[in-house]
Write a protein that binds this ligand. Structure first.
Ligand SMILES: [Zn+2]
Length: 340
């Protein structure tokens, strides 16, 4: 069977490896059908000095597939059924796991496709507890965007930022995979959405998705425009993932007592923070990483109800690197999905 292996920094190779044995007790075997790309793939491909990982490594952090075989003791799955997979090898037994806070697992074995072998291969055996059924009517290309893309946003906006209907939210990089998902999810519950994009073509697309106000951050200062749009009050929630370039500006966009939730730092990880501003304005700054199993099911339910993820490009497995280039090149609007 095929597997896309990372041999070293920026060295990807599509190779033949032995297929896995039949699934053990408690496991299912999944035939992978689609892998959605994320910035994690870009970081993994480029190499991160601080990330402890095995090499060579099967890449692919977010995926969907079909059940190929079911191990003994597993109920609720049948061959041919569409599924998505959780992206980290959690223990399933620690306090966090037992409480459904999977992304805070105390004994996590690593992120699939980043620290340990991932999903860019034809077949994979997994504990059935890490697999979520895809509801009827959701394509496997769309479903591939649930475990990280949609679920991360679900976790950020609703579990962490507690976004409420009628609130105003600033979504950074509205053309990114998670930016598009954030616009869709916030509009679905009746929020006012302000979003930033880097060019006018993306601005049109963001408006078409439902964003109420779109700011081209290359031609306008988003802090000034956001304050103007909110009559100097500021927004309730900022959805951050850009990092160094925008973080302090994002704080300036918040109303007193506002919430900033962040899951990324694509422009750089370090900032200087004004603590007086933090406590006097009573900001809440919330770090968010990954999602829970429940968030994945919620995401798939939203897709089944009509909230389709925005897919920019689909590429075949052999063109995974081209997909990464497209993602990293900032021309992308929505997700890049690799199909098998
Ligand atoms: Zn655990």
């Amino acid at each position: 069977m095929r597997a896309l292996m990372l041999l070293g920094d920026k060295q990807l190779e599509l190779t033949e490896i032995d297929p896995p044995p039949p699934p053990a007790s408690g496991e299912v075997q999944v035939r992978v059908k689609a892998v959605a790309l994320n910035y994690l793939d870009v970081w993994g491909y480029r190499g991160m000095a601080f990330a402890k990982r095995k090499m060579p490594l099967v890449v692919g952090v977010e995926a969907s597939g079909e059940i190929a075989a079911v191990g003994s003791g597993v109920t609720g799955f049948t061959p041919g059924q569409g599924v998505v997979m959780y992206g980290a090898l959690t223990c399933g037994t620690c306090k966090a796991c037992r409480e459904g806070r999977d992304n805070l697992c105390e004994n996590v074995g690593g992120i699939m496709g980043f620290h340990i072998d991932g999903f860019a291969r034809d077949l994979i055996n997994l504990p059935a507890r890490l697999v979520v059924p895809v509801p009827a009517g959701v394509s496997l290309a769309d479903a591939a965007c649930a475990p990280i893309g949609f679920a991360t946003v679900q976790h950020m906006l609703f579990d962490n930022a507690k976004l409420e209907p009628g609130e105003t939210v600033l979504v950074h990089a509205g053309g990114s995979g998670i930016g598009t998902a954030a616009i869709l999810m916030a509009k679905q519950i009746g929020c006012t959405v302000i979003t930033t994009v880097g060019d006018d073509a993306k601005a049109e697309k963001a408006k078409a998705l439902g964003a109420d106000h779109v700011i081209n951050y290359k031609t306008d200062r988003f802090e000034g425009v956001t304050r103007k749009l909110t009559q100097k009050k500021g927004v309730d929630v900022v959805f951050e993932h850009v990092g160094a370039d925008t973080f302090n500006g994002s704080l300036l966009c918040l109303k007193r007592g506002g919430r900033l939730v962040t899951c990324g730092a694509t422009s750089g990880p370090s900032i200087t923070l004004n603590l007086m501003q933090l406590f006097q304005q009573q900001y809440r700054i919330i770090g968010s990483f990954g999602a829970t199993m429940r968030n994945i099911a919620q995401s798939l339910d939203k897709m089944a109800a009509g909230l389709k993820p925005v897919i920019d490009t689909e590429v075949p497995l052999a063109e995974f690197e081209r997909g990464l280039d497209r993602l990293a090149g900032r021309q992308v609007f929505g997700k890049v999905v690799v199909t098998f």
